[in-house]
Design a binder for this molecule. Structure first.
Ligand code: SF4
Ligand code: SF4
Length: 242
């Protein structure tokens, strides 16, 4: 595989102090992420139980085993990450974020880590580490841009997904996300803008008429057609913008 080597200038840029204090300060607010029905008792054990269950029923183990052996500490991912570029906070460097979960995996799910932990008596998962992971994993957009840059193919977006999956199993989820998903699945209108179905159908008919009038093209926007080959999920705000 052909890779380009990061230049000294790029490395300097990635590691330079470009912190924007107001951004970092804002993000450090206690409300940076919200939790729903957050049972804080015995969280480390519940986190590890959830982690173990996910490892058992997925192929994440193989990926994590690969990731904990690989790193070149080259900083290419830091240069690629827009979050780090915006905040300048070293904690937003992609491999730092992934390292939080990889450390837990290494310590609690590998033989070497478990033996080392027994000998040193340290490295246990704590509430503070869970807080740090929650803060970090909900700060990544999981866009995987960094993975495209990593010469070793480390996929930080994948680790972010796994971290959020485990956190969600113990109730640590952004409240806005919970509320909007609930509105879509269980709400009366099944969308977060409370657009009633008749209003949506009206808008679609209006759009069809508009297309015919302006472009002389007859286009039909069918809804709820069983057995369709394609389905289009519109952004919820779209009907009100048309
Ligand atoms: S996946 Fe996360 S860490 Fe990677 S570039 Fe996107 S925001 Fe940054
Ligand atoms: S994760 Fe990849 S790009 Fe980032 S420092 Fe490690 S080897 Fe380099």
């Amino acid at each position: 595989m052909k890779t380009t080597v990061i230049t000294d200038q790029e490395r300097e840029k990635a590691l330079a102090t470009i912190k924007k204090p107001e951004v970092i300060q804002k993000q450090k607010l206690d409300v940076r992420y919200h939790v729903e029905d957050n049972d804080v008792s015995d969280r480390p054990r519940r986190f590890l139980d959830a982690f173990a269950a996910i490892l058992k029923h997925s192929n994440y183990k193989m990926i994590l085993d690969h990731f904990i052996r690989m790193t070149a500490r080259c900083s290419r991912c830091a240069v690629a990450c827009h979050i780090y570029q915006a905040t300048g906070d070293p904690k937003d460097i992609p491999c730092y974020r992934s390292g939080l979960l990889l450390d837990v995996y290494r310590r609690h799910f590998t033989l070497g880590g478990m033996i080392r932990g027994r000998i040193t008596g340290g490295g246990y998962l704590t509430d503070e580490k869970i807080e740090e992971m929650a803060d970090s994993f909900y700060n990544c957009t999981a866009c995987r841009r960094c993975a495209l840059e990593c010469p070793l193919g480390l996929d930080h977006g994948l680790i972010t997904h796994l971290g959020r999956y485990i956190l969600s199993e113990i109730g640590v989820v952004p409240r806005a996300l919970v509320v909007s998903v609930r509105a879509q699945l269980e709400g009366p209108y099944h969308n977060t803008s409370a657009v009633p179905v008749p209003a949506l159908k009206d808008t679609l008919e209006f759009l069809e008429d508009d297309m015919l009038e302006e472009k002389s093209v007859k286009i039909v926007f069918p809804t709820d057609v069983e057995g369709s080959d394609y389905v289009f999920f519109k952004p919820v705000s779209s009907p009100s913008l048309w």
